[in-house]
Design a protein around this ligand. Structure first.
Ligand code: GRF
Length: 188
């Protein structure tokens, strides 16, 4: 029986697509029951539509509170019997409503070796700092910013000077690590 997972995105959605393709080709014994997007113009929506994956687009500003916004999402996750929530470039701190209902089942991908370089500009920050071993982290989500318990990491050594090249290497590593990690978690 395929397991139901959800992916949350705010931007390009390349990690979402990597997970979706792994579901489609059988690498993951799972289906993405819903892709949740908080930005109506996110390219992740285009990817989801072309892959035939249901998308739930919700703008937090259309809700009276963060709790109400998250309640609508959590109700949908309940209806879909979602077992694992994968944040993939979802640019929001997860609030109490989702954490109280899905805590321990929400994971996030971050483009640095946490706890170094948390925050929204990790690749740029680490590049400017002169880092030589970059990387990717997947961690459980709690109420902190990029602070939950680490599940998996991979190092990406890079000593060049082209940040675009570095970004491409990190994204490639992300796509593999996310699929491998979801596969491990679903087997537990
Ligand atoms: C990734 O670098 C991820 O680590 C970070 O946001 C980026 C999302 O990229 N949290 P994409 O939308 O999956 O292409």
């Amino acid at each position: 029986m395929k397991r139901n997972i959800a992916v949350f995105a705010s931007g390009s959605g390349s990690n979402f697509e990597a997970i979706a393709r792994a579901c489609a080709d059988g690498t993951l014994n799972a289906r993405i029951a819903v892709c949740v997007v908080d930005k109506p113009r996110a390219y992740a929506i285009v990817r989801a539509e072309s892959l035939g994956i249901p998308v739930l687009v919700l703008s937090p500003k259309d809700f009276p509170s963060k709790r109400e916004y998250e309640k609508e999402i959590a109700d949908r996750l309940d209806r879909e019997n979602v077992e694992l929530v994968c944040l993939a470039g979802y640019m929001r701190i997860v609030g109490d409503e989702l954490l109280s209902r899905y805590g321990g089942k929400i994971i996030n991908i971050h483009p640095a070796l946490l706890p170094a370089f948390p925050g929204a500009h990790a690749i740029e920050d680490s590049f400017r700092y002169g880092v030589k071993v970059f990387g990717v982290t997947i961690h459980y989500v709690d109420e902190t910013l990029d602070g939950g318990k680490i599940i998996s990491q991979v190092a990406v050594p890079y000593e060049g000077s082209d940040i675009a090249e570095l970004e491409a290497m990190i994204h490639k590593a992300e796509h593999k690590l996310y699929v491998d990690t979801v596969r491990c978690l679903l087997c537990e």
